[in-house]
Ligand binder design. Structure first.
Ligand SMILES: O=C(CO)[C@@H](O)[C@H](O)[C@H](O)COP(=O)(O)O
Ligand SMILES: [Fe+2]
Length: 187
């Protein structure tokens, strides 16, 4: 038997995993995701980086694990806080663990039927993402929101239905407060 080699890596203070595969999502990669289209077009002139992912991934095999950090930058489109695209897993029954490292935010989770949960996250918070729940993180603070995710190597990503329908709730700032409001576009 040829064994894989164990290793340790240290996540640096900016959330970077040395040697990991880096993915950058700018606002222009997220057309159609934010509710306020006018505010989206306005901010597109700057095209800010919304988030970066540093992923250490294995072959898509049952039993193995991937891990990744996400650095979700602070910002808003209109009154809606910056968020990650959000996805179901391609293998929908694959669960996941998130561990918050820095900054402030939360996770929106949603079942295929559109039932929504919001879990606030601060450094030290562990979130259990059960099988079948779509998940999106939101930065509700004014510094980068950084977290680690650990997920089965064969989980995969299914972005389609979230891209099309979004989440049933929007996370917005109203009168200086973080609020969850109904997404008028959700059907
Ligand atoms: O949930 C996972 C992996 O299953 C996270 O590593 C996200 O992939 C990352 O936070 C970016 O978010 P998305 O753009 O993939 O929704
Ligand atoms: Fe995931």
């Amino acid at each position: 038997m040829e064994y894989k080699r164990p290793f340790g890596v240290r996540i640096d203070e900016n959330g970077v995993i040395p040697g990991a595969k880096k993915l950058v999502r700018r606002l222009s990669d997220m057309r159609g995701y934010f509710y306020d289209e006018k505010a989206y077009e306005e901010l597109l002139k700057e095209d800010p980086v919304v988030y970066e992912v540093y992923a250490v991934e294995q072959e898509e095999k049952d039993g193995d694990l991937n891990f990744a950090t996400t650095i979700l930058y602070p910002g808003k489109v209109g009154k809606e806080f910056f968020f990650t695209k959000g996805h179901f897993h391609a293998k929908a029954d694959r669960a996941e663990i998130y561990y918050a490292l820095k900054g402030k935010g939360g996770m929106l989770l949603q079942t295929p039927e559109g039932e929504v949960e919001w879990v606030p996250m601060e450094p030290g918070t562990v979130v259990y993402v059960p099988p079948y729940w779509a998940h999106r993180t939101v930065n509700t603070g004014d510094e980068p929101f950084i977290f680690l995710a650990i997920y089965p190597a064969d989980a995969g990503h299914d972005y389609g239905s979230i891209k099309e329908k979004g989440f049933a709730k929007l996370v917005v700032e109203e009168n200086g407060e973080v609020k969850l409001i109904d997404n008028p576009r959700w059907k």
